[in-house]
Every structure is written in C-alpha cells, then in structure tokens.
Design a protein around this ligand. Structure first.
Ligand SMILES: *Cc1c(COP(=O)(O)O)cnc(C)c1O
Length: 413
C-alpha cells in the first residue's frame, strides 16, 4: 500500500526536530511502546526531582517547605505550566485531585450556573467515569441526563429543546481516537444557552488545544497519559476567567478558601481558579508532574501534531489490507494521536494485542473489540512505527494470536 520502507523511516528520524527528546525518557530495551495514551513513559529527570522533594524539601525543609519550596502554590504553578498546552491563561488552570473528582466539581458548578435548566448532555460512548460521575451528579441534584452521539445531528437536536444546562464531551474519543471540533461544538452549545465542559484526557499533550480561543467554560484532564507525569498523577481543571467569581463547586475544602490562614468558621471561595481546590495535595506526585512539565515547556505543540499525524498516517497505511478494520477517522483533521483497529474475525482483539506484547510491541485493548495504539511523538521513532505495524500484520496473518496463552485475561487490559 505504501512506498515507505524502513530505510525511509530511518531518514525521517534523522530529520525529525523532536528526535532529541527521546533520549530524555527511560525506555526499556527492545520495546515499542504504543500505550502512552494510557500511561506515559518515564522522563529521566523524574526520579531525581522526586528524590529532591523527598530528601531535601521534606527531609531537611520539613514544614517550612510549604512556603520555602513553593508547596502551597503548587496547584497554581503547575496549572500555569499546563496552561500553554491547552490555550489557557496561566491563572485559569489549577492542578489537584483526579479527573473523576474534577468532573464532579465542574459538572455541579456548571449546573448551578444555569439554574433555570436541568439537563446534562453527555455522549453515549464516553469514558465510563464521565458517564458514571454524570449519573451521580444528576441523581444528587435532581437533574436529568441525555446521551447523544456528538458526531452526528443529535447534539443540535438535544440543544434545540432549550432545557440543556451543560454539555460534557471528550475532545478525543478514548476508544476510537476521533478528534472533535472544539470551536464549532462549543459555539453551538453556547449559542443555545448551555455551558461547555471538555474532557481533555486524550488531547492534552497529544493535539493542540485552544480553550480560550474557543470560549470554553470548563475543562478537565489527566496528566499521566500524554503528559507522562506517572501513574495516578494529579489532574487539572480549567475555569474560564469569567467564572472565577461565580462558579461554585461542591467540595468546599480549605484550599479553595479566599483566606485559608484566617482559619475562620465559614467558607468563602477564592476569587480565582483556586476556588476549585479542596484539600492538601500529594506533593511527591506533584514533583513527577513538575519534571514532565519542565520537559513540555521546551516542546512546540505544532511539531508534536505534525509528527503525530505523520506517524498515525504511516501506521494506518502499513496495516491496511491485513484484515483489520480502521475505527479511527481516516481524515487527519478528525484524528487524535491514536489508531484504533478492529479485527474482522469476531472478538479476537484481546489475543492479538497479547501476541503483539509478546513480541515487544505494547498496545492495549478496549472492550468490546478495539485494538488501540497510541502515538507519542516525544519518544517514538518512525522506525518504531514501522516495526510495530510490521509485527501487527505478521501476528494477524500468521494466526499466532490463536495460541491459548494469549486468551487469558488479566485485570487491566
Ligand atoms: C483516562 C480518562 C479518565 C481518567 O479518570 P481518572 O479519574 O484519572 O481515573 C477520565 N476521562 C477520560 C475521557 C479518560 O480518557
């Protein structure tokens, strides 16, 4: 299908402006890692930064480090480090808690901002936690939920009813890798008097994001996927500046207070994005995020996007005709930084992924039938893409995935 050879790929690597970043990651020998959309790889600077926080800031500085090492302000300084990656102003992003908890906070806040309306519109195929948190919020506040397919006319139809308070969508679909039109969708939602929340878990560090330009109200995202901040790393919340004085989230802990060190008896929210904070944060985990953001601060997102598209394009071309069906949109402008495939021969995707892992190519599987491959331009080479695609085609053609050991399920797929 494609004219590109492995030598062509090696040439692309030699000319790649992002190639120098690969050496900043600690990658196991002999592995092609295509699961950075689930858990990003380890930056070499991270262990040292974590050790510094533990041994110096905690061990020597003790409680003084809340001020001297900037611990108290970490949710804001780390947020300012994420802001350029999502097109926000530095004071519009705060880091804290996890994505699920932050979804709860922004959904409640958005419903309260639109008190005459009581419907939350979500998408049927969203990541389960987005669906489950929405169900919890709707039950708690006595609101209603409607699920649509955001890639068709259903969203417009739902909005036309005039009772939609808030719309929650994923910018990149975790299963299919489809990239949504943030500008057009946000405009449509806001024109209908609803508020817009974007889940950026699969887009931050993967595709350019322009929250400010698109007039988005709220966003959440995690930092352990494309941002490489480590397993369970703290997540972030974005609140457009226009909501800094009126958005009320429900977990009203002391870190969100206007004057926490007054130790007063009543809650007064801060007049800033800090009102979305709740309690003390894991500073040791923050250290890992800090190390990865230092690296991201030297990266040009347009170069990431260009290489990401070149890699996904290459993978799609090299695996075409292997008996797999492309799930991810074929048009580049509708594609995130992943390629999802389905095997025509029923529900065999899990075994194919296991057989690939045995060959050193790590992707993952998402029920019911999707083989998922994430492309991370900072530490993947074009030759890796070539080798992974070749291995996948061989695994499918040879039928080696039929071996019984590849059918055994583990807890995490
Ligand atoms: C990964 C992911 C999450 C993760 O939520 P956690 O609270 O970090 O477990 C949420 N939403 C989407 C769309 C995701 O892809």
């Amino acid at each position: 299908m494609t004219a590109l050879t492995r030598e062509d790929c090696a040439k692309l690597d030699a000319e790649d402006p992002l190639a120098r970043f690969r050496d900043e990651f600690s990658l196991p020998e002999g592995v092609v890692y295509l699961d950075g959309n689930s858990l990003g790889a380890l930056p070499k600077a991270t262990p040292g930064r974590v050790a510094q926080v533990v041994e110096r800031e905690w061990g020597r500085g003790l409680v003084k480090s809340w001020s001297d090492a900037g611990w108290w302000d970490k949710p804001r300084t780390l947020g300012a480090g994420i802001a350029p990656l999502v097109g926000a102003q530095p004071h519009e992003v705060v880091v804290g808690d996890g994505t699920s908890a932050n979804l709860f906070k922004v959904l409640v806040a958005a419903l309260r901002l639109n008190p005459g309306r009581r419907v939350v519109v979500g998408e049927s195929g969203n990541f389960p936690t987005d669906l489950y948190i929405t169900q919890g919020v709707v039950e708690l506040l006595g609101a209603d939920e409607r699920r649509v397919d955001p890639d068709g006319p259903e969203l417009g139809e739902a909005l036309a009813a005039g009772d939609v308070a808030v719309v929650l969508l994923s910018h990149v679909d975790y299963r299919t890798g489809a990239l949504r039109d943030m500008a057009g969708t946000t405009r449509l939602v806001r024109e209908h008097g609803a508020l817009m929340i974007w889940d950026l878990c699969h887009s931050v560090g993967a595709v350019p994001v322009e929250l400010g330009e698109c007039a988005v109200d709220f966003a959440v995202g995690c930092t352990y996927k494309y941002l490489n901040a480590g397993p369970g790393a703290p997540a972030f919340s974005y609140l457009a500046e226009r909501h800094h004085r009126n958005a009320r989230q429900p977990i009203t802990g002391w870190h969100g207070h206007a004057r926490p060190f007054d130790f007063s008896g009543d809650y007064v929210p801060a007049d800033s994005a800090s009102r979305f904070l709740s309690g003390s944060q894991p500073l040791i985990a923050d250290a890992a995020l800090e190390a990865s953001l230092e690296l991201w601060g030297r990266v040009a997102m347009d170069q990431v996007r260009a290489k990401s598209l070149a890699m996904t394009e290459l993978f799609i071309e090299l695996t075409a005709g292997a008996g797999l069906t492309l799930v991810t949109p074929r048009r580049a402008e509708r594609r995130g930084s992943q390629v999802s495939l389905r095997h025509d021969d029923g529900n065999t995707g899990y075994a194919i992924v296991q057989a690939l892992i045995a060959r050193g190519v790590i992707g993952d599987f998402r029920a019911p039938d999707v083989l998922r491959f994430g492309f991370t331009p900072l530490y993947l080479r074009y030759v890796d893409v070539y080798d992974a695609a070749t291995a996948l085609v061989e695994v499918v053609r040879s039928g080696e995935w039929r071996a019984p050991e590849f059918a055994r399920r583990s807890w995490v797929t």
